[in-house]
Design a protein around this ligand. Structure first.
Ligand SMILES: NC(=O)c1ccc[n+]([C@@H]2O[C@H](COP(=O)([O-])OP(=O)(O)OC[C@H]3O[C@@H](n4cnc5c(N)ncnc54)[C@H](OP(=O)(O)O)[C@@H]3O)[C@@H](O)[C@H]2O)c1
Length: 271
């Protein structure tokens, strides 16, 4: 049973169909064991198929899924989790997240946070956490469920959006953040500083971005459908950045948020 979240995982957003399955199988072959899916991605079935086809034991994997914001109401929450498990063909996930807090508390906060804890108590999830929660929501969750209950907050973080206030809050409560969109959708590859550091370390700018985020204490879940790029990203696990490299990359933060839909909470994580 996995209780800590592997530092590097595989994102699956938009990676559906046979191409998505092929990418998953390549990633597993390269060594990825932590896989990130969600009810809204349409990739849960492929994740289950890839795990079954890998020939590896279930416990070799760390699987995360997320309850969609359309399934947060009391009567919808637990059936949606059961449906996810059925689609994944698994009897539990390793991590279950609230994908987005309910906009303007349309569903009472207590209802879905207590349902999340209940899903863990029923054995549907080994760990529970949240996604797209600003600091204020994390404090509300801690007041309701207690300290140390949430395993992570999965949020947009990359070298151009480092969210220092949220990073420091998470460190203060001993909870790692999971950096989604850690490559800023591939934009990190065009950055001159990341490219210069990458040349010195003999890796790609993407691997440097991932190594930086992991060194900051975050978990990263980059996505790719290309075996070469999956391998480049995996190589980030063996990059050792110097203190000077870290300082220089911290300087790239420019609060560049790429995901900010109408349903998003008020972000309180800028510098
Ligand atoms: N919780 C949430 O609300 C939320 C929101 C967004 C994302 N996520 C999760 O985070 C995961 C990652 O985010 P993301 O997929 O949107 O963005 P990302 O991982 O930052 O970037 C993926 C993009 O970068 C390209 N890429 C990958 N590796 C590369 C490399 N080594 N060099 C150059 N380009 C590279 C990919 O193209 P190729 O396929 O062509 O390589 C793809 O276009 C998602 O899959 C999902 O699981 C969660």
């Amino acid at each position: 049973m996995n209780t800590t979240i592997p530092k590097l995982g595989l994102g699956t957003f938009g990676r559906t169909g046979e191409d998505g399955l092929t990418a998953l199988l390549s990633a597993i072959e390269i060594g990825y064991r932590h896989i990130d899916t969600a009810q809204s991605y349409g990739t849960e079935e492929n994740v289950g198929r890839a795990i079954a086809r890998s020939g590896l034991a279930r416990d070799a994997f760390f699987v995360t899924t997320k309850v969609a914001d359309t399934n947060l109401a009391k009567g919808d929450f637990m059936p949606s989790v059961e449906k996810s498990l059925e689609t994944l063909a698994l009897d539990h996930v390793d991590l279950l997240l609230i994908h987005w807090p309910s906009a303007k508390d349309a569903v009472p906060f207590e209802d879905y946070m207590e349902a999340l804890a209940e899903a863990k108590a029923r054995g549907f999830a080994r760990n529970i956490g949240v996604s797209n929660f600003p600091i204020g929501h994390l404090k509300r969750a801690e007041a309701l469920l207690g300290k140390g209950v949430l395993a992570t907050d999965q949020v947009e973080i990359h070298p151009f959006l480092q969210s220092p206030k949220l990073r420091d809050h998470a460190r203060g409560i001993g909870m790692p953040l999971t950096a989604y969109m850690p490559l800023a959708k591939g934009r990190v590859s065009n950055d001159p500083l990341l490219s210069e550091i990458a040349t010195r370390h003999g890796v790609t700018a993407a691997a440097v971005a991932l190594a930086f985020l992991m060194e900051e204490g975050h978990i990263v879940i980059p996505a790719s459908s290309n075996a070469g790029r999956l391998r480049e990203n995996y190589a980030s696990l063996s990059v050792n950045l110097s203190a000077d490299d870290m300082t220089a990359i911290r300087g790239l933060d420019r609060g560049m948020r790429l995901i900010d839909p109408d349903k998003a909470p008020d972000w309180d994580d800028a510098a």
